[in-house]
Design a protein. Structure first.
Length: 511
């Protein structure tokens, strides 16, 4: 179904409201004029429509024509049978006919009113009429049916005069008086009908335009009202299905987009809150173990259980190790907050790959040795290869990967292999373990925050669940990428690449 814009609707409605009533009024006027012209021609004896138009525009002329036939009849009788004009019966009969034309007769004899055919009590008595009416002979010999006198004042009437000599040789005058106040009922009726028609046309036009515009806007407005009520009540699980190509359609689509974003924001906020709760729970769990150990070994020293130098030294080393573990957990929590706000502090420098990773392996090897885990290191890159990296954060990456591998080592003797390879513009670091491995369905999600492949095992071994997500963030901030391969009961290999330093090439991206 074709839909037009609200602006177009309003323009069309404005034009229709202005033009349609005018056109309909003109059509109604023409129709009424045609009808009334026919009535006027029949009532007043006009032969053509042009004649009717002339007398519509000339009321006095029409009033003259209105009683033309009656005047002609009386004029003829004044010449052929003047005695009949003196008959009261004839005057009554003729007066009744004239009353149908809003006219009446007055008969004067020697200047005195003999017969007054006014249908009701007149504001003028006979004496007043005698003073008002013209005298005998004033009409003249050239008086015709289309000639008359118009008298103003209270009567406002058109007077036609027929003079004749009565049978007793007195001077008689018959007056046909037509009141202008009650003349032309057809025109008055036409004007009333025209007024009613114009009002009806305006009302109909306004009503149709109102309904047309209302129907084009009420549906989307109701949908928006329902949508705002849902949002007010906290319900975001709905859709606004109004896709018309108009302003209201644009508004509904924008509102729907806002709803989707608000829902996504709300879901993201809820997810973040859940993650924060999980992080606090994990950190609290992980801190509990080293704190308990520190308290236990400290009490052992205070109570004298460590009664030899060797025993005290072992207790102190354990306390120091657990303190370092707590420090690592707190640093991890701080780094998580920095990741969440994209404010990890980096200090990028040129790093010689061979020296840096050799130092890393020496540091890691001491810790792994105490856990009875073997470590092998292979550097296949050129000895002069340089990368741009933050040494502290890169060390955090390696530690997090190896610590994660150690947590999931099997009972068999653990082994970790570190390999450095040159792959064109990047160096590739591979860290391989012989742990329990990762199931194929879990592998795509291991870098997501708080994701655990084995929740029961992880809760016993500790871990905040954000170690690998931190690793991914740091590597990506270095312009590299990280991935993994794994096989159950065989082990896992973590891969990540870091761009090599090249003086003439800058800002390349990892493909």
């Amino acid at each position: 179904m074709f839909r037009m814009k609200l602006k177009t609707r309003l323009i069309i409605a404005f034009c229709i409201i202005i033009l349609l009533p005018i056109a309909l009024a003109l059509a109604a006027l023409f129709g009424f004029y045609t009808l009334q012209s026919r009535i006027v021609r029949q009532n007043y004896g006009y032969d053509t429509e042009d004649d009717a138009y002339v007398f519509f525009s000339n009321t006095l002329q029409l009033m003259n024509r209105y009683t033309e036939s009656d005047y002609t009849e009386i004029l003829n009788l004044s010449k052929t049978d003047p005695g009949r004009l003196e008959s009261e019966d004839y005057l009554e009969e003729e007066n009744e006919k004239l009353q149908q034309k809003s006219s009446f007769l007055i008969f004067c004899k020697d200047g005195h009113v003999v017969y007054n055919g006014y249908p009701e009590e007149s504001s003028l008595d006979d004496e007043a009429w005698e003073d008002t009416l013209p005298s005998y002979g004033e009409a003249g010999e050239n008086a015709t049916a289309k000639a008359g006198y118009f008298i103003d004042g209270d009567t406002q009437s058109l007077i036609k005069q027929v003079d004749f000599i009565c049978t007793d040789d007195s001077e008689g005058s018959v007056f046909i008086i037509t009141s202008s106040e009650s003349i032309l009922p057809e025109i008055r009726t036409m004007l009333i009908e025209m007024g009613v028609a114009v009002v009806l046309i305006l009302a109909l036009t306004a009503g149709v335009m109102t309904v047309w515009i209302y129907r084009g806007t009420i549906t989307p407005i109701r949908k928006l009202q329902t949508a705002t009520k849902n949002i007010k009540e906290g319900n975001l699980d709905f859709t606004i299905d109004y896709d018309e190509e108009d302003e209201m359609g644009d508004l509904c689509r924008n509102f729907e987009e806002m709803r989707k974003r608000l829902k996504e924001s709300t879901e993201e906020k809820m997810k973040t809150e859940q993650e924060n709760k999980a992080l606090i729970s994990n950190i609290a769990h992980d801190l509990k173990t080293p704190i308990t150990a520190v308290k236990g070994y400290s009490e052992g020293i205070l109570d004298g259980v460590a009664d030899t130098p060797e025993k005290r030294d072992r207790y102190l080393r354990t306390i120091f190790s657990k303190a370092n573990e707590m420090d690592r957990l707190l640093n991890e929590l701080t780094l998580y907050a920095q990741i969440d706000t994209n404010r990890i502090p980096y200090n990028f420098n040129k790093i010689l790959v061979s020296e840096y990773f050799a130092d890393c392996v020496d540091e890691i090897g001491l810790d792994l040795e105490t856990k009875n885990i073997g470590l092998s290191y292979f550097n296949y890159a050129d000895e002069q290869t340089i990368i741009i990296a933050d040494p502290e954060q890169l060390m955090r990456v390696i530690n997090n990967i190896i610590n994660n591998a150690v947590k999931y080592m099997d009972d068999r003797k653990g082994q970790i292999n570190i390999r450095i390879k040159d792959v064109g513009d990047f160096i590739q670091v591979e860290i391989e373990d012989n742990g329990k491995g990762i199931a194929a369905q879990d592998l795509p999600y291991i870098f997501d925050r708080f994701y655990r492949t084995d929740a029961s095992r992880n809760s016993s071994t500790g871990g905040s669940g954000i170690g690998l997500s931190i690793v991914k963030k740091i590597i990506e901030d270095h312009g590299g990428k990280i991935w993994a391969t794994s096989k159950l009961n065989t082990g896992t290999i973590m891969y990540f690449v870091i761009r090599k330093y090249q003086e003439n090439i800058q800002d390349r991206t990892v493909q």
